[in-house]
Design a protein around this ligand. Structure first.
Ligand SMILES: Nc1ncnc2c1ncn2[C@@H]1O[C@H](COP(=O)(O)OP(=O)(O)O)[C@@H](O)[C@H]1O
Ligand SMILES: [Mg+2]
Length: 251
């Protein structure tokens, strides 16, 4: 099963992704986490150090090719596949692949196109793949996430967050991308205005799968730079994401 987390920048995609991975790790399944946001911060949330990204590997190979370092008779794509496999970081609970960003002002689309291929190649090796996507709609228009089973769209209280969520739903329809499930998650909701937020969220046309409240404990972890996966099991946010996961797995 492939689960992707999407939405506007800063709405809580990485928070939801990291806590889903935390909860899934308890199931003993083979999990691959992919950080597909060029503004990468999933490794920090997971408490994993990363020294090589897919973007780095691609740059290396480009340089080697330009300098004629690729032995004749060797296929560039095979080398790339091999190097990508070698940049998967293994931890006892899950594997992690960070797409990263290409050097300089390079277009992110090259890395994005690679992501589609990586998902195709690696999906057989894992029970579950969790993708923390790039903010916005690009992953849909480039069809990077077309093979995703469950698309979770995250939004906060903001109108812009809701608008991006709405557009993701609309664009998936326009591009005829049929996710098995497409859900909305409301994050950083203040209980006082929950009713109003839910009403606004219903206008996106997406089914609301769960609500995560604004959480001071998360803010404290942010302040100290502590990995979010270290939040205790009785944290309200961990419990909320755990509920979301059981709803995904039940259906
Ligand atoms: N429910 C919440 N309560 C408090 N802070 C939150 C909550 N959700 C997210 N945050 C914080 O907001 C910031 C942006 O969240 P993040 O998950 O990085 O967003 P995204 O990945 O969508 O850009 C982070 O510092 C994160 O810890
Ligand atoms: Mg993020």
């Amino acid at each position: 099963m492939i689960i992707a987390i999407s939405g506007k920048g800063g709405v809580g995609k990485t928070l939801v992704s990291s806590l889903l991975i935390k909860e899934l790790s308890k199931t003993g399944k083979d999990i691959l986490a992919i950080d597909a946001d060029p503004d990468s911060n999933l490794p920090e949330a997971l408490g994993v150090d990363v020294d090589r990204t897919v973007g780095d590997v691609r740059e290396e190979l480009k340089k080697d090719t330009a300098q004629g370092k690729i032995p004749t008779g060797m296929n560039k794509w095979d080398i790339l596949d091999y190097k990508i496999m070698a940049s998967v970081i293994e931890t006892p609970e899950f594997d992690l692949l960070v797409m990263g960003r290409p050097e300089g002002s390079g277009c992110y689309c090259a890395v994005n196109n690679m992501l589609r291929k990586i998902i195709e190649n690696l999906s057989e090796n894992y029970d579950l793949i969790i993708i923390d996507t790039e903010a916005g709609l690009e992953h849909l228009s480039r069809r990077t996430t077309q093979n995703v089973d469950v698309m979770l769209v995250v939004t906060d209280n903001s109108k812009r967050g809701m608008l991006t969520a709405h557009r993701i739903g609309d664009l998936a329809g326009e591009l005829d991308i049929k996710f098995q499930d497409l859900y909305l998650i409301l994050n950083r909701v203040r209980p006082k205005i929950e009713e109003e937020v839910v009403k606004k969220a219903q206008e996106t046309g997406l089914e609301i799968l769960g609500i995560v409240h604004e959480d001071e404990e998360v803010t404290e972890y942010d302040l100290e730079g502590k990995p979010l996966v270290e939040l205790p099991d009785d944290s309200n946010t961990v419990k909320a994401v755990s509920g979301i996961l059981s709803r995904i797995l039940r259906e």
